[in-house]
Design a binder for this molecule. Sequence first.
Ligand code: SF4
Length: 228
Amino acid sequence: MALVDKLKQPQSDWVSKAIDSHLDTTGRWKAYTPKNFWASHAVKCPRAIFYKMTGVRATPVPTWVMRLGHNGTAMHTRYNGYFSKMGLLVAAEKRFGCEDPPISGKVDMIVRQPGNLDTQWVVELKSYNSYAMKYLKRAKSDAFTQAQLAMHLLEGDIRQAFVLYEGRDSAEIKVFYIKYNLEYVKVILAKLRIIKMAVETGQIPDKPVNSKGAKLCKYCDYKGQCWG
Ligand code: SF4
């Protein structure tokens, strides 16, 4: 056994406790009812969107999930830097929205293409673990929908997008290209208009699945409120 392994080390883990306590007290849910639908939520279950839009308190997420989210934010900053240094960054965190239905969104980046600087791209950035990366064959529906709404609502008629996934533990990247699809956008807008009416009348949408074990519900923030 190496000498270092024989030496006694302090056991009290005050560091994890302090960080968790900090995140618990500063990062938790605050009473808030959004005025607009969030583009990033548009693909979610209508009932979950209804809960959000009526100010129902979501189940608090564990602190490790909060740290994952912070890693995602740091990833955005890094890619902004890469594209900025390549001279291809047009905008970062650019807002978009509309009134009917009321939507607010933010596109992660708008970039130019090398050799074709007149062509701009909407960019969504996501980080996944390497297991999820292995089975990733196309853009997931959340990123696909965000990109479609951004292309539809941003000024400048940007009609192409890509989603860049980075492995959190491998730094591998996968890029999936997306074309604007007006028919898909119309379906999403119609869905949000129906939910808006439900919010106005207080009529909660039916559950779209029969069991809380359904895949749809696995990571839902409102599972407890929905199924009791
Ligand atoms: S628990 Fe399932 S059915 Fe209920 S709001 Fe969430 S996703 Fe929808």
